[in-house]
Design a protein around this ligand. Structure first.
Ligand SMILES: Nc1ncnc2c1ncn2[C@@H]1O[C@H](COP(=O)(O)OP(=O)(O)OP(=O)(O)O)[C@@H](O)[C@H]1O
Ligand SMILES: [Mg+2]
Length: 302
C-alpha cells in the first residue's frame, strides 16, 4: 500500500487510530514522495511516537524502533558479534580446532592457521543485527523509528547522518549491506537539545504542537467513543485554559485522554470546579502546578 495523496493519509491514519492535521499529513505524504526522513519535534505527549506507529500500521509495514539514550553506541544501534555464542561453538568444535593447529611449527604458525579459518566465526550466524541493520537488510519495506534522538550523543548523531544519507553499512568481516527498500524513517525529538543543521537539512521537519480544539475533540472521540459530546467539550476547554497557565509541565494529549477515562470511571456528566479540583492529579504531575490550577479554578470552569 502507498498513500495516494494528502487526504488519503488523513483517512488511512484515522483508521489506524491517529487523528492528524492536514499539515502533518502533508509532511508524511512528502516523505513518501521524496524518500526523506521526517524529524518530528514538539512537546511531550503530542503524538510524535504514535505517528510512526500509525504510519506503519496503515502501510502494513513492520515498525523497527531504535530507542535513543545517552551513551547509545554503534554496537547497540547497528550490530554486535555474539561473543558468547562464538565461544560456545569454539568449545564444541575443539577437536576440529586441534586438527587445524596440529603440526604447527610455532605459535605464530598456529595463529596463522586459526586466522585462515576466521570466516567460519565471523559469519552471518554469529551476527546480532540491531535496529539500523535490521531496517537496512529487511527484504520488505519497513518503517524505522529513531525515537528521542535528542537523548543520544552528538557523535551518535553524526554516525546516524551517514546511515541516513546512503542507507548502507559496511561490516568489515562481511562486506557492504545496502538497503533493498529505503525505509520510511521518523526521528523524534523532545527539544532536550538542538539537532544539528546537517541532520535538519537531510530531513523534512515537522513540529507537532498541542492540537487545536477541533482536532483534540476528534482525538478524544476516536479514542474514547463512549464519551458524551458535552463532557468532551468541557474537558477540552478546561485543558486548554490550563495549558495557558505558566506551568512546569503542561498537560498533553495523553493526559486529556487519561482525564476523560477517569471522569467516565467516576460517572461524571458535567465538569464542575469541584470535579476539576478532585481529579487534578490526573493532569498535573507537579505539586506547584496543582496548587496553581487550584487557585485559578474560576478561570478554568465556567
Ligand atoms: N493525533 C493523535 N491521535 C490519536 N492519539 C493521539 C494523538 N496524539 C496523541 N495521542 C495519544 O497520546 C499518547 C501519547 O502520544 P505519544 O507517545 O506519541 O507522544 P510523544 O509526542 O511521543 O511523547 P514523548 O515526547 O513523551 O515521547 C498516545 O498514546 C496516543 O494515545
Ligand atoms: Mg515519544
Amino acid at each position: 500500500m502507498e498513500f495516494r495523496d494528502v487526504e488519503h493519509v488523513v483517512t488511512e491514519l484515522h483508521k489506524a487510530d491517529y487523528v492528524c492535521s492536514k499539515a502533518i499529513a502533508t509532511v508524511v505524504f512528502l516523505s513518501q514522495a521524496t524518500g526523506k526522513p521526517v524529524l518530528v519535534e514538539g512537546p511531550a505527549g503530542v503524538g510524535k511516537t504514535e505517528l510512526s506507529k500509525a504510519v506503519a500500521c496503515s502501510l502494513g509495514r513492520r515498525l523497527i524502533r531504535l530507542q535513543c539514550y545517552e551513551g547509545l553506541d554503534e554496537a547497540k544501534a547497528l550490530y554486535e558479534w555474539e561473543y558468547a555464542k562464538q565461544l560456545l561453538y569454539t568449545q564444541m568444535v575443539k577437536d576440529k580446532i586441534d586438527d587445524v593447529i596440529s603440526g604447527a611449527s610455532s605459535l605464530a604458525d598456529a595463529v596463522d592457521r586459526i586466522a585462515s579459518q576466521e570466516d567460519a566465526f565471523f559469519s552471518e550466524r554469529f551476527l546480532q543485527p540491531r535496529p539500523l541493520l535490521q531496517a537496512i537488510v529487511s527484504d520488505r519495506p519497513v518503517v524505522l523509528l529513531v525515537d528521542e534522538v535528542d537523548k543520544s550523543d552528538p557523535e551518535f548523531e553524526a554516525f546516524l547522518l551517514e546511515i541516513l544519507s546512503d542507507f548502507q553499512i559496511t561490516i568489515p568481516e562481511l562486506g557492504t549491506r545496502k538497503a533493498i527498500q529505503i525505509p520510511f524513517v521518523f526521528l523524534t525529538s523532545n527539544d532536550s537539545r538542538d539537532m544539528s543543521d546537517a541532520l535538519k537539512r537531510r530531513c523534512l521537519h515537522l513540529y507537532i504542537d498541542y492540537p487545536d480544539r477541533e482536532l483534540e475533540l476528534e482525538i478524544v472521540k476516536l479514542k474514547i467513543p463512549g464519551i458524551n459530546r458535552q463532557l468532551a467539550e468541557q474537558l477540552i476547554d478546561a485543558i486548554r485554559s490550563i495549558r495557558d497557565l505558566d506551568l512546569k509541565k503542561k498537560p498533553c494529549v495523553s493526559e486529556t485522554l487519561d482525564w476523560a477515562r477517569s471522569l467516565i470511571a467516576l460517572q461524571v456528566e458535567d465538569l464542575s470546579s469541584q470535579v476539576v479540583a478532585d481529579t487534578l492529579n490526573v493532569i498535573c504531575k507537579y505539586r506547584a502546578d496543582v496548587d496553581q490550577v487550584r487557585g485559578k479554578l474560576e478561570k478554568i470552569v465556567y
